[in-house]
Design a protein around this ligand. Sequence first.
Ligand SMILES: Cc1cc2nc3c(=O)[nH]c(=O)nc-3n(C[C@H](O)[C@H](O)[C@H](O)COP(=O)(O)OP(=O)(O)OC[C@H]3O[C@@H](n4cnc5c(N)ncnc54)[C@H](O)[C@@H]3O)c2cc1C
Length: 429
Amino acid sequence: MSEESFDAIIVGAGLAGCVAAYVLAKEGADVLVIERGNYAGSKNMTGGRLYAHSLEKIIPGFAKEAPIERKVTKEKVTFLTDDTGVTLDYHNGRDQTAVEESYTLLRGDFDQWLMGKAEEVGAQFITGIRVEEILTQDGKVIGVKADGDELTAKSVILAEGVNPVLGEQLGMVKRVKSDAMAVGAKELIELPQKVIQDRFNLNDDEGCAWLFAGSPANGLMGGGFIYTNKSSVSLGIVCGLHDIGSSDKTVPQMLEDFKNHAMIKPLIEGGKLIEYSGHVVPEAGIHMVPKLVDDGVLITGDAAGFCLNIGYTVRGMDLAIASGEAAAKAVLAAREKNDFSAQGLSSYQTLLEDSFIMKDLKLYKELPKFMENPRIFNEYPKMVADIMQSMFTVDGTPSQPIRKTLMKHCKEVGYMNLIKDGIKGVTSI
Ligand SMILES: Cc1cc2nc3c(=O)[nH]c(=O)nc-3n(C[C@H](O)[C@H](O)[C@H](O)COP(=O)(O)OP(=O)(O)OC[C@H]3O[C@@H](n4cnc5c(N)ncnc54)[C@H](O)[C@@H]3O)c2cc1C
């Protein structure tokens, strides 16, 4: 067993882990981060958009020095069927404050930068080593076992991401069920900067965040996404894990079909595939939040289920950053009292309750259930496309009042379904 005892050992150099390390080390705490990947970000995946607010409060002006790709000014949401697409397109040319902005980014670059910031203020990182086990004594966490070595610490922050094996080992996290998860597959496709700007109608550093419901996930819970980077686009699909067994298409096939959709193909024509990745994403919101604190240990980021899929946007990174900060602040408070028991670390829970994290998770608590409704991914995209087709087809037959056209297509889904789903949809967001 190592003689040295750190104030905190952090498992995982994702956003939650790197931020926790930065906040702790900045206040003079003795911190070690252990990351199984060969560098921070090497194992991490995201669709692509970071809402800046939580990191902006920790490192003001970070976007000026961090490797961000583009500032998102264009939002698009499309209902996609196999042969149609109906899009809501919002261009935001208004001035925004730094906390209101959002950026596209690539985790390989961004996480390494964040790890560098933590190292600058004194945090230590070991990469390429997996934490195998959490060490306990009399029911209290006292360190970790990694690569055969036992390292002791007054506290351990679990920032291990969506599959919290160590949290489970401690009995704090219940085995995650498939209906609480979605699987994502993503391609990074290289294109010249000018081509991206022309195809997505963007100026210089402007970026586009584009979500798709309907056919990308084969009509199952999930959808597709495209985020524009400087000289590449991040394109992918997400599909509910529990639905995959009943799908007649594999996830790679869904991705292939999405890329070949008539609406998507011209956007990536001539592009070069430079990266392919797959990852799981927590989808059950507050229902999957585990026990967050115990004697000598805290759980943060995706490992704590802090992720929100609101349909028109996905948020996990801003929650990972804010929860990493909260965990670090709780360790600093415990360090002052020299009490690293669950009671000594309990300010973590209070900080989370008072922050947007728990408030937003509570606000959207009904949403995961609402998203299980297959009509959202199947019948509604088709209904919207049928309405559009009727409105824009002029073939010489006498026109119908728009009211009648709308009623006809709504009837196909069922008025009661529409009313029920409408009420449920509105009350769950
Ligand atoms: C397809 C997809 C699209 C998404 N789109 C968005 C989006 O557009 N915007 C957004 O905000 N969020 C998005 N998310 C969610 C977001 O990416 C996550 O919420 C976020 O990455 C969580 O950060 P984290 O630090 O908690 O975990 P991670 O980034 O997963 O980091 C966990 C780290 O722990 C390491 N680790 C795990 N176990 C061990 C161990 N035993 N020993 C050592 N190291 C270990 C891993 O290697 C990893 O580096 C998306 C997710 C997916 C999958």
